[in-house]
Design a protein around this ligand. Structure first.
Ligand code: ZN
Length: 331
């Protein structure tokens, strides 16, 4: 008998690892830190604006088909999220080794591409679901708009006392972020600049019948806010129907271009194709009455704060795309 040679190429090693992880089957995780409980259900339904009383009102729930309070099925992942203090409840899954090999070989970018959940029954107060993870697929390498990558798929089944109550298929693309041309960094905002080489900017907005007016406006230096042609209510982001009066008739107004930072994050990691880090993404409140998401540029991230006055600017991202952004409005 001869010893089997270890595969040497990355793709071969990945494929061999994927086969081993698929063969390993289902790996049981740690049970929910807290059993299904009313306070978490209330916070979640509050946050999502779900007013169905079978989730929160004991009397209404008792009169309903379940006869008791149940948890919204879409909450299933909430119960077994590891939380911020991951060390406390760390367990492995068969996916980890595959993701680690991809990370270690330059496939450091990640974007979730699929999440499909199936619910077998509602969870009741006091139940403690346990997740179990199966590694189910590796596909690649594929050329994508973000860069070369592998699609990694796994399935989670949640059990209560051995009974499967919900399942999830989850797929991510692990990709090699494209090399960015080195640009001089200055006051921390080199992230978003006119692209000198005019390569196509990879993160393109989806332009459709509802949003075309917005992007046509941006190309002409106008920040256009959708307005209901019947009741006059403004809405952003644009959509097909007025949430206030249900009218599909719409027009727009052109915003003054002033605003205030309502909230923001400074993005350090992971790398984002087409952008350097750190960069600031803000929710800007307009005096017209809507909020809009955009980058704050020409400003060190440490200077950005809630309430900071900003004014509109534009960046030419490539030959076709112009993005509205924000700069500090000095007093
Ligand atoms: Zn309306």
């Amino acid at each position: 008998m001869t010893a089997r040679a270890e595969p040497t190429g990355l793709h071969e090693r990945l494929t061999a690892l994927a086969e081993r992880q698929i063969a390993a089957g289902e790996m049981l995780g740690v049970a929910a830190a807290d059993p299904v409980n009313a306070p978490m259900i209330r916070h979640w339904t509050d946050a999502l604006g779900d007013a169905n009383p079978i989730y929160t009102d004991p009397e209404a729930a008792a009169a309903g088909v379940h006869g008791q309070i149940v948890a919204p099925p879409a909450m299933i992942q909430v119960w077994t999220m590891p939380g911020v203090n991951r060390d406390r409840r760390q367990t492995g899954t068969p996916v980890d080794a595959v993701l680690a090999m991809l990370d270690g070989n330059g496939y450091t970018g990640v974007v979730a591409t699929n999440c499909e959940q199936t619910y077998h029954r509602y969870l009741r107060l006091g139940e403690s679901p346990v997740p179990a993870t199966r590694f189910t697929g590796l596909a690649g390498p594929k050329r994508t708009a973000l860069g070369e990558g592998y699609f990694v798929t796994w399935n989670v089944t949640w059990y209560v006392a051995g009974e499967a109550v919900a399942e999830m298929l989850f797929r991510v693309l692990k990709f090699k972020p494209r090399e960015r041309a080195k640009e001089p960094e200055e006051n921390g905002s080199a992230a978003v600049k006119d692209a000198p080489a005019r390569r196509p900017y990879p993160l393109r907005p989806a332009v459709n019948a509802d949003t075309a007016f917005f992007w046509e406006g941006a190309a002409q230096g106008e920040l256009r806010i959708q307005k209901c042609a019947d009741c006059g209510e403004l809405r952003h982001p644009p959509g097909p129907v007025c949430p206030s009066c249900r009218s599909a008739a719409r027009t727009y107004l052109t915003a003054s271009g002033e605003g205030e930072v309502y909230s923001y994050v400074v993005h350090h990691n992971p790398p984002v194709p087409g952008l350097g880090t750190p960069f600031v993404v803000a929710v800007v409140e307009l005096p017209e009455g809507v909020r809009i998401v955009g980058n704050v540029v020409d400003c060190a991230p440490s200077r950005v704060g809630i309430g900071m006055p900003v004014r509109l600017t534009y960046r030419q991202m490539d030959d076709e795309l112009i993005l509205p952004m924000w700069v500090p409005r000095e007093a």
